[in-house]
Design a protein around this ligand. Structure first.
Ligand code: NAD
Length: 485
């Protein structure tokens, strides 16, 4: 029987050392429902003192019950958290839908993914092994993987549950104690997660949550000398600031930043299979997805056919309140709406192929925007180069393989790429040539897959989350050489 989620956490508190407390000065940040503009919560606005207490609590947990637990015990706790998350899936989905405007079924998929991360990392905790290394006669060498200690996690608003799962899940499994700073736009499910983890028996201090503003709580965490590893997911600009702040203490940083991910469609592709992926990868979460496929590169001979079919799909797309679970919800905030609208006022040089529709009964105060499909061959156009972070895709023609690769690799980003072709040689050739951390062939995962290492090259960031790679990243390797004669 599912627990009443709202009894497990304090939406206006921080969670430090296993206790719900108010932010210093009892300061708060107002949270609105982006589907109608109504105020739904006031989350804590933590400052440097709160972050200090959280880092201290995490360090104590590392020396105490959590640090002394065996890998198998840590795995069991994570599995229990996963079970509680699954029981609370519907409540978590509703909370996310009203907090960030994500259509209910997409929010539900995120909650299920959060549970999957707990299952994956719970199962992996005791399978994180070192190696033995052949060396000189009379000396045995082994490596062991040790936790960093206190890990800081600064996350964005677009996939809060998934990013908590992949980042905190891997860190806890490896034996770290975490301080999590959720986005000021989306703190509720991170707080609910802390309540579930507490109920599942996670020792006090192993997970601390300090909601608040980026330049306050976030900055205090990034520069804190007691933080031994930082995991950041968010924008390029903030990633640069955080890496600079972390460099003072030479703290290792994982950066998961943005993208301008292409899908390449060749004339021998199975278009019926490709079409749903081409569009969905651009409009999922209203395009507010780091691995959104915002560029669709199509071979000239089938360009108009693909564009027409995508345009048909766009004309049928409906935007409305998250709770109605339509194709798209609103954008997360008025600020994000202004950013996307700003891009859409600069389309000169591109052709508009189609746009979707905002439901007539969508509330006035919601941050709704119609999804827009554009086309053109100006690959240097701003809208074909920059991350818009809204439901906008640009369809671009190419002549042959070399041309396709040149366009695909022609942005400073490199997060995900998709290839649609039946030619086996081309599948592998292009997988190797494309600048991306993940390449999907005849499918597109939009960063999906708990098991699949994920991360970028170039301005998309460095380090890998998800899968076993994230576990390795959440440890430091020690080499032990023992002379026994
Ligand atoms: P953002 O950079 O504005 O904020 C991300 C987090 O950083 C928030 O918690 C924010 O409070 C914090 N922050 C802001 N300024 C800070 C500072 N000076 N010091 C420390 N922390 C600070 O990003 P956003 O608008 O929340 O998210 C959108 C961006 O995130 C997009 O660029 C998107 O591509 C990227 N993103 C990437 C991935 C990925 O896995 N690669 C996933 C999701 C989102």
């Amino acid at each position: 029987m599912a627990l009443p989620l709202n009894e497990l956490f304090d939406s206006s508190g921080s969670f430090i050392g296993g206790r719900w407390t108010r932010a210093e000065g009892n300061r708060s940040v107002t949270i609105e429902n982006p589907s109608n503009g109504e105020i739904i919560a006031r989350i804590a606005r933590c400052g440097p003192d709160d972050v200090e207490r959280a880092v201290t609590a995490a360090a104590a947990a590392g020396l105490g019950a959590w640090g002394q637990s065996t890998a198998a015990e840590r795995g069991r706790v994570l599995l229990r958290i996963g079970t509680l998350v699954l029981e609370a899936v519907d409540d978590l989905a509703t909370l996310e839908a009203i907090d960030v405007g994500k259509p209910l079924s997409q929010a539900r998929a995120d909650a299920v993914a959060l549970a999957r991360y707990m299952e994956f990392y719970g199962g992996a905790a005791d399978k994180l092994h070192g190696q033995t290394i052949p060396y000189q006669s009379g000396i045995s060498v082994c490596t062991i993987r040790e936790p960093h200690g206190v890990t800081g996690h600064i996350i964005p608003w677009n996939y809060p549950m998934q990013i908590v799962g992949r980042s905190v899940g891997a860190a806890l499994a490896a034996g770290n104690a975490c301080v999590l700073k959720p986005s000021e736009e989306a703190g509720l499910t991170a707080l609910a997660f802390a309540g579930l983890a507490d109920r599942a028996g996670l020792p006090a201090g192993a997970l601390n949550v300090v909601p608040g503003l980026g330049n306050e709580a976030g900055a205090a965490l990034a520069r804190h000398p007691g933080v031994n590893h930082l995991s950041f997911t968010g924008s390029l600009a903030t990633g640069r600031t955080i890496q600079a702040a972390a460099s003072r203490n030479v703290t290792p940083v994982t950066l998961e930043l943005g993208g301008k991910s292409p899908q390449l469609v060749f004339e021998d592709a199975d278009l019926d299979a490709a079409l749903p992926f081409l569009v969905n990868a651009g409009i999922q979460n209203a395009g507010q997805t780091c691995s959104a496929s915002s560029r669709i590169l199509v071979q000239e001979s089938i360009f108009h056919q693909v564009l027409d079919r995508m345009a048909n799909r766009y004309r049928g797309l409906t935007v409305g309140p998250a709770i109605r679970d339509l194709d798209l919800g609103p954008l997360v905030s008025a600020r994000q709406h202004a950013i996307v609208t700003g891009y859409l006022s600069q389309t000169t040089g591109l052709d508009e192929a189609a746009r979707g529709t905002i439901a007539t009964d969508a509330p006035e105060g919601g941050h709704y925007i119609e999804p827009v499909l554009l086309s053109g061959d100006d690959v240097r156009h701003r809208l074909a180069q920059e991350e818009i972070f809204g439901p906008v895709q640009v369809v671009i023609p190419f002549s042959d393989e070399d041309h396709a690769v040149e366009i695909a690799n022609g942005t400073p980003y490199g997060l995900v790429a998709g290839i649609w072709t039946r030619d086996g040689g081309r599948q592998l050739r292009l997988s190797r040539r494309l600048k991306a951390g993940q390449v999907f062939v005849n499918t597109y995962g939009a960063g999906g897959g708990v098991e699949l290492p994920f991360g970028g090259v170039g301005l998309s960031g460095h380090g890998r989350e998800k899968g076993f790679e994230a576990l390795y990243g959440m440890t430091q390797l020690k080499t032990i050489a023992l002379h026994h004669g």
